[in-house]
Unconditional design. Structure first.
Ligand SMILES: CC(C)(COP(=O)(O)OP(=O)(O)OC[C@H]1O[C@@H](n2cnc3c(N)ncnc32)[C@H](O)[C@@H]1OP(=O)(O)O)[C@@H](O)C(=O)NCCC(=O)NCCS
Length: 180
């Protein structure tokens, strides 16, 4: 690892605002046309701030969040929820890389580091996630990491305005990722 690469570490409560800002920026870049413009151009930042402040303050042991931190701030984050579903097991709740830094391997690095910790504490659980059907880049990313498209389900939008079709990707237990 060069000195310019970010450090991957567990998230702290003090990371909440930076995570929320990055989450909103990433949604604005990747979810245009999926989430309403009125939400992405309006309350998305405040709404993500409220969620991340609460989530990191709670210190719920079922939530495992990791950040990629560099000298100039956060470059990405990943969050898992253990025991999220009786059938599908651990949920990959969110994974976001700064839109200016996508395509350089950071998403895969966050996935590998985060998942290694998840498997230490919940080795018997499968892994799943939901990604909007229209998010072709993220779907390619998860397929390359060995996820199987299991079904298409209506995913509620965060502003409560409706749903959008999402693909459920699954990794059966014991979860492994391909080497590269
Ligand atoms: C999906 C995401 C986390 C992947 O992280 P990343 O650091 O860009 O991914 P990596 O560099 O490790 O892997 C690159 C692969 O990711 C995929 N990818 C997805 N979005 C991409 C983007 N905006 N730019 C480049 N690659 C992207 C491609 O398959 C790419 O491989 P390819 O260039 O050979 O097609 C990241 O692109 C991102 O944050 N996207 C926006 C938010 C999002 O969609 N999150 C997932 C929601 S469930």
């Amino acid at each position: 690892m060069s000195h310019l690469e970010p450090i991957l570490r567990p998230a702290r409560e003090s990371d909440a605002d930076a995570i929320a800002q990055l989450h909103a920026r990433s949604w604005r870049a990747s979810n245009r046309g999926i989430m309403p413009d009125a939400y992405l151009d309006g309350p998305v930042v405040e709404e993500r701030l409220a969620l991340w402040r609460l989530r990191l303050a709670e210190q719920n042991p079922r939530h495992l969040t990791f950040v990629a931190e560099a000298r100039d701030g956060l470059h990405g984050f990943i969050c898992f929820e253990l025991d999220a579903d009786p059938v599908w097991g651990t949920l990959l709740d969110s994974l976001h890389v700064d839109p200016r830094l996508c395509g350089r391997g950071l998403g895969a690095a966050l996935m590998r580091v985060g998942l290694a910790r998840v498997l230490e504490v919940a080795p018997e659980q499968p892994l799943h996630l939901l990604v909007f059907e229209a998010n072709a880049g993220a779907r390619r990313f998860y397929e390359r990491l060995g996820g199987h498209a299991e079904s298409c389900v209506p995913e509620p939008l965060p502003d409560g305005s409706g749903t959008a079709p999402a693909i459920r990707y699954v990794w059966p237990a014991p979860v492994t990722l391909p080497d590269n």
